[in-house]
Ligand binder design. Structure first.
Ligand code: FES
Length: 225
């Protein structure tokens, strides 16, 4: 026996039959639908969402790779940017801030020319560069004077014991540290005190016209005693 009826030539079915047909159609549609994957929360994602996630992941990797490339040290360029804990400049890519001429960590062109310095005048402090310019005829122990420097050396102002700024004492004609008394000759040679080595220096270049350029980005460690 059937509940099928007709109306105007059309087949008429009950609500119950209609629900059964819809349920069957829905099951078939679900079975025919593309399979979904699950996201990290266990929720289903479709192909478009999966593609979007993959694209975002690739972009994130590219961004990270670019950042590593830009900040990785590269000794082949002149983009001096930072000093490491030992006071050495860290060459790097352009992600590092470039240190300008006249800023500590960069180069300094001294106001006076090389011929104006004398062997008996006190060391001249460059506060911004944290170095003294000294003319000397004798290098400290373990060091040597480059004839091209014409006796000019640049001594780092920081004590080699625990890092106090060290002044020159004209009355003693020596550097004497106010913290623990380490004492150094005017050419950076250690004399006494707890400092383990001579004062450190920075490289000096003398130009053809007598210009003095000091590179505070490349500290030269003093010789230990
Ligand atoms: S910091 Fe200079 S002697 Fe100690």
């Amino acid at each position: 026996m059937t509940d099928d009826k007709t109306s105007g030539g059309r087949r008429v079915i009950s609500q119950e039959q209609a629900d059964a047909v819809n349920a069957k159609a829905g099951t078939a549609a679900y079975a025919a639908a593309p399979r979904k994957t699950l996201d990290r929360f266990g929720m289903p994602i479709n192909r478009r969402e999966a593609l979007a996630y993959a694209t975002a992941g690739a972009l994130a990797l590219l961004t990270l790779g670019g950042a590593v490339t830009l900040t990785s040290p590269n000794s082949s360029d002149q983009m001096i940017g930072l000093l490491d804990p030992n006071g050495e400049a860290i060459p790097g890519g352009f992600a590092y801030p470039r240190i300008k001429e006249g800023e500590f960590g960069g180069t300094f062109t001294v106001d006076r020319k090389v011929e104006s310095y004398t062997l008996d005048e006190p060391p001249e402090l460059n506060s911004a560069g944290k170095f003294f310019i000294v003319k000397t005829a004798a290098p400290p122990a373990g060091g040597e004077l480059d004839p091209a420097q014409q006796g000019i050396i640049a001594i780092y102002q920081v004590c080699t014991h625990l890092g106090c700024l060290i002044p020159f004492q004209p009355a003693e004609n020596r550097f004497i540290c106010p913290c623990h008394g380490s004492t150094f000759e005017r050419n950076s040679q250690w004399v006494r005190g707890p400092a383990p080595r001579n004062l450190d220096q920075f490289p000096v270049e003398i130009g053809p016209d007598g210009t003095i350029v000091v590179n505070t980005g490349k500290k030269q460690t003093g010789t230990a005693h």
